[in-house]
Design a protein around this ligand. Structure first.
Ligand SMILES: [Zn+2]
Length: 283
């Protein structure tokens, strides 16, 4: 039997700038086009999924003050009831209970447990929503209402302990402190797409899983290859790393806490050749 292949780093799957441009230009559905543009601007899929229209500063007083259009990923949390945030909440809650460090096996086990609970809750919540709509057809299903039901569900299952976690903590926030940052939008055409979209939409309207699935579909359709949101982010990291700006700026723009820019510069032989040729030309 052959040996297990080594896990490949995402940057090895990174599409080229030409491929990304082709993909963005050919994607017709407005929502998906904007999703691709955001990923191409170094945003993580979780950031795109949780992006709020209030983060957008295009041709407004703030962007004029800064001297460029931008998206501001703030440090504040937002109340969110999507399954990624719920899972995070579940894991954090479990971690609080047992303070010792956890192995990846522990996380896998907890994740499995969570998905079993999720199935159960899904069935549960469908019934509850039906009942609510029947009793109060005029009322909307709010995040708060949803969260309350979720908390009750976890309570009943013995997974909620108000001593450790409160409703306020059940929120989305950037992955790391460095994740809170400005996304500069220097391409006017792409900035206008973003502006137009978020004038009528409060969010992108897709969760992380939907973004992942859509990117994969679009990649197969237009580029005839496997594509992942992270590969688009990797491509933009490579582009930044070779643009000649400092490693510190690349790290800031990507939202990296450590100097990951260095590994990107060291990672790509083809781009190293382009770099080399450019440098030789100038000598
Ligand atoms: Zn969420």
């Amino acid at each position: 039997m052959g040996r297990k292949p080594k896990i490949q780093h995402c940057r090895n799957f990174a599409p080229s700038t030409e491929e990304i441009n082709y993909l963005i230009n050919n994607t017709e559905t407005f929502r998906y086009k904007v999703m691709l543009i955001l990923l191409w601007h170094n945003m993580r899929e979780g950031e795109v999924a949780h992006m709020q229209s209030s983060w957008v500063h295009i041709n407004d007083a703030k962007s004029k003050h800064e001297g460029a259009n931008y998206i501001n990923i703030p440090n504040q949390s937002i109340l969110c009831s999507c399954w990624d945030c719920t899972l995070q909440w579940f894991l954090e809650f479990q971690q609080h209970r047992h303070t010792k460090k956890h192995s990846s096996k522990w996380f896998q086990k907890k994740q499995k447990k969570f998905y079993r609970l999720k199935e159960e809750f899904n069935e549960n919540i469908k019934e509850l929503i039906k009942k609510k709509i029947k009793a109060h057809p005029e009322k909307k299903i709010s995040d708060k209402w949803f969260n309350q039901k979720l908390f009750k569900f976890f309570d009943d299952k013995g997974y909620n302990d108000k001593k450790f976690i409160t409703l306020d903590e059940y929120q989305w926030r950037p992955k790391t402190k460095a994740g809170a940052r400005y996304i500069w939008l220097l391409d006017d055409e792409q900035a206008n797409f973003i502006k137009e979209f978020f004038e009528t939409n409060k969010t992108i309207g897709m969760n992380r899983r939907q973004i992942y699935a859509r990117v994969k579909k679009l990649g197969l359709k237009y580029l005839k290859k496997k594509l992942f949101p992270h590969a688009i982010r990797s491509a933009s990291a490579i582009k930044l790393a070779y643009s000649g700006i400092s490693e510190a700026s690349v790290n800031t723009m990507m939202g990296w806490e450590t100097n990951q820019a260095k590994s990107y510069v060291n990672s790509n032989s083809k781009l190293a050749l382009v770099d080399l040729k450019n440098k030789m030309k100038n000598q």
